[in-house]
Design a protein around this ligand. Structure first.
Ligand code: ZN
Ligand code: ZN
Length: 371
């Protein structure tokens, strides 16, 4: 793994948010919150690693003694975070509790913390109420800095390069799994450090939005949903869906694809700072519903993206979050006809001062491959 450097602003913003929210501390175990705050890609182990941001006092990180060299090689020391190793027979939960200025109040825990750690912190801090870190980190992570937008733009370009090579992979006679294996290799070759997911939904499999790959053989006339993403060495995620057909598609596909395309454009045209996340969902859904396909659009319109593929803001009915410049999210309406085929068009976009910038720029029309 490439060591990742992050701006010290994140830590200071988080410390301020902890104090402003009236929390007594924020506890962050390995996962996206820790990576976002410090750049440290800790191994997810049963032995406790935990960054502690007390409302009063300096941040510190407890780590198993054997992990201390890895912590010291990361950007943690350069952020001025004290590193405290613990020995195999010590209780790191008691160690954290003992160093907190207050044992009561409210303690926020990383959203992806494991249940066994949550319960051990509950036992070590019985007077403290537990809450979620997203209360203080959700907004900070959702509004991307210019550097983060640049990193997401590079991730978008990397996945666009994979889509532009799809004729190499979607060849009749191959199974989805075989095509998917080559697509995964291309995701790495085109500038990602990890492959996060590869969806090749051919024919009826395309009607199941999260079908990944299976043994179905690609055939002439197939409609194929390709939704792929990875994480770059900078730690930012890509996620893009395009549609392919092997030769000319069935007539009904062309009809509903035109509706879907119009819906995706309508949502992109609507999205801008000042509108709510749910109104972007409505902008896409109204077009699809008006054309009679409403019951076949079975998921929300999108999700935020950053150091995780799915994070805030979610573009879904009921989310009244007002979009702000720097928020990055997907716009990915779909239409799925059970037993036949399905379609989705997905771009990552980032809100600018006056609208949005698309971070995926390949043509959104379906691509007809040889067949
Ligand atoms: Zn996707
Ligand atoms: Zn997505």
């Amino acid at each position: 793994m490439t060591p990742r450097a992050v701006s010290p602003d994140r830590l200071s913003q988080a410390r301020k948010a902890v104090a402003d929210a009236g929390l007594s501390a924020l506890l962050v175990t390995p996962g996206p919150d820790l990576r976002w705050l410090t750049g440290y890609q800790a191994l997810p182990l049963e032995r406790l690693t935990c960054l502690v941001l007390p409302a009063d006092g300096e941040p510190f990180l407890v780590a198993p003694g054997l992990e201390v060299p890895a912590v010291e090689a990361s950007s943690v020391p350069s952020l001025g975070i004290e590193v405290i190793g613990w020995g195999e027979t010590e209780d790191p939960y008691a160690m954290v509790a003992g160093r907190l200025p207050s044992s009561g109040g409210r303690v926020a825990l990383a959203n992806r913390m494991w249940a066994e750690q949550v319960l051990r912190f509950r036992a070590a801090l019985p007077a403290a109420e537990q809450s979620l870190a997203s209360e203080v980190l959700g907004d900070l992570r959702a509004r991307k800095s210019p550097d983060e937008v640049d990193a997401l733009r590079r991730a978008g370009q990397a996945i666009d390069r994979v889509h532009s090579r799809m004729a190499e992979f979607l060849v009749p006679g191959r199974t989805e799994r075989e095509a998917g294996r080559e697509i995964a290799a291309a995701i790495l070759a085109e500038g990602h450090e990890t492959v996060d997911f590869v969806i090749v939904g051919s024919g009826p499999n395309g009607a199941s939005p999260h079908h990944e790959v299976g043994g179905r053989v690609l055939e002439p006339g197939d409609v194929v949903v390709v939704d792929i993403g990875g994480t770059t060495a900078e730690g930012y995620c890509s996620d893009c869906t395009r549609m392919y057909t092997l030769g000319e598609p069935p007539e009904e596909f062309a009809t509903y694809f035109a509706v879907l395309h119009q819906a995706q454009v309508a949502a992109c045209d609507h999205a801008r700072p000042g509108v709510t996340a749910e109104s972007v969902d409505s902008a896409a859904r109204e077009v699809i519903t008006a054309a009679g396909y409403g019951e076949f659009f079975v998921h929300r319109t999108g999700h935020g993206i950053g150091v995780e593929t799915h994070e805030e803001p979610y573009i879904v009915e009921g989310n009244t979050t007002v979009l702000e410049p720097g928020m990055a999210f997907s716009i990915e309406p779909g239409i799925y006809l059970p037993g036949q085929h399905g379609a989705r068009i997905e771009d990552i976009v980032v809100a600018t001062e006056g609208g949005i910038e698309r971070l995926n720029v390949t043509d959104r029309q379906y691509v007809v491959l040889g067949g």
